[in-house]
Each structure stands twice: as C-alpha cells, then as structure tokens.
Design a protein around this ligand. Structure first.
Ligand code: PXP
Length: 240
C-alpha cells in the first residue's frame, strides 16, 4: 500500500488574512512553506460567496504551481467554467449552502445525478484534472460515484469527528472503514477529511484503503499552540 498523502486545506489562512483586509498572509508563502514540509497537495474551496479564497488566490496558486491544487467546488456552472479554465490538478465536488460555516454533509449524488453527470462530462474533457466527489460513507453513494466515472471519492469524516468527542464513534468508524474498503475494491481512490485532528485521526490513518487525508481547521488551530511560544520568544528577544 502506498504512503498516506496529506493535503492541507488553506481556506483558513485566507479567512485570517481577509479578517484584517491585509495582503499578509500571502498564500503563495503558505504553499511554499507546506511544500518545504513535504505536504502533498493543497486544497482550496472557492465558495460561491468568496468568503475566504478569492478568484485571484486560485489563479495565483495555479500559476505559481508550487503544489498540486485540489479545487473544492460546488456543482454549479460558474465553478465548472473556472475549473475548466484554470485546470487544477484535481477537483472535488462538494455540496454548498450559503449559510453553513463549513461543508455540513456529503453530496447527495442520487438526487443530483444529471447535474453531476453534465459537470463531470465537461471537466473530464480536460483529461489531466482528477475528479472526486465528497460523500458520506454510504455504499449507494459510492456505487453512483463509480458509475459517474470519477477517479476518487472523499469520505466526509465530520460525523465521526463529532462522535469522537463524546466517545461514541465506533459505529461511524466501522461505516467509514467498510465504505473505504468497498470503494477501494471498486477501483476508486479513497480520500477522507473534515473535522480530523491530532486526537481523532489515528483511527482514520489505520484504514489502509484510504490514500489521502485533507485537513484544514485543526492544522491552523494547532499551529497557534505549537507556534505561539516560538513567536513570543522572538519578540522577547528583540525587546530585551
Ligand atoms: N475536505 C473537504 C471536502 C472539506 O470541505 C473540508 C472543509 O472545508 C475539509 C476536507 C477540511 O475540513 P477541516 O477544515 O475540518 O479539517
């Protein structure tokens, strides 16, 4: 089995930058830093409301070509056009609700079949773009994903992550394990993500049919604790 790849979702770096209407944090610097740390890819979610990643962020990241870019996108015509024009390494189609704080659940492939079919048909014209669907650990969704001819699925681990906090995650973990193994057997690449952190990720790492994890929030959040001491020491040194 191949080494498990780590994709870092950099939306939250953009959130922080936008909060102060600054140009700093430079996402190109973020990508370079992640590359130096042997991260395998970066994920950016260009949302309909552009609340974090902006169009020019995506364009600049594609142009700079520092790490493979996984574009998370809603199944809309606008996103299809952007994806086709910019040709990122991969695209992961996700459901999107304007009011949600983050992607709340997996795609309902069954009820979006013809829309997904036509969007994927267009994107697959650009043969180099790898395609993926963000879905719950559900066998029917996986069968439909296979039918649609995508390269990969990304299993939504949000429910598992929430249940982990109250110690009641076993059933959901079993579902994720079975779904991942099933998809892998069908020849799909299996990714997983959402809500993963240093406490709950070990069980997901142990599922050998999963080849990629996409993690965002907890990497940024944990960096505060792991980096704060360093930064304060840098200031103290300069001040004394
Ligand atoms: N994968 C997908 C498809 C997502 O939508 C997200 C959240 O944007 C993530 C992974 C990362 O989730 P988190 O920020 O909770 O680590």
């Amino acid at each position: 089995m191949k080494k498990l790849r780590l994709g870092v979702n950099i939306d939250h770096f953009a959130t922080l930058r936008n909060q102060r209407k600054e140009v700093y944090i430079d996402l190109i610097d973020v990508a370079k830093t992640l590359k130096n740390m042997d991260v395998n890819s970066i994920t950016v979610h260009l949302r309909e409301d552009r609340r974090h990643i902006k169009d020019n962020d995506l364009e600049n990241l594609v142009k700079a070509n520092i790490l493979p870019i996984n574009l998370e996108m809603a199944p809309t015509n606008e996103m299809r056009k952007i994806c086709k024009t910019l040709s990122p390494f991969a695209c992961c189609i996700v459901p999107e609700k304007r009011s949600e704080l983050t992607t709340e659940g997996g795609l309902d492939v069954k009820n979006n079949l013809s829309n997904l079919e036509s969007i994927l048909f267009e994107i697959k014209q650009k043969k180099q773009i790898r395609t993926s669907l963000f879905i719950e650990p559900d066998m029917n969704q996986i069968k439909l994903a296979k039918k649609l001819g995508v390269n990969a699925i990304e299993i939504h681990t949000g429910k598992y992550s929430n249940l982990f906090e109250i110690g009641k995650y076993n059933t959901e973990l079993k579902k994720i394990t079975e779904a991942a193994n099933f998809a892998h057997k069908l020849g799909l690449e299996v990714h997983a993500g959402h809500g993963l952190n240093l406490r709950n990720v070990k069980n997901i790492i142990d599922i050998k049919s999963i080849s990629e994890l996409n993690i965002g929030y907890s990497i940024v959040a944990q960096s505060i604790f792991s980096g704060l001491k360093n930064v304060i020491e840098m200031y103290k040194k300069m001040m004394n």
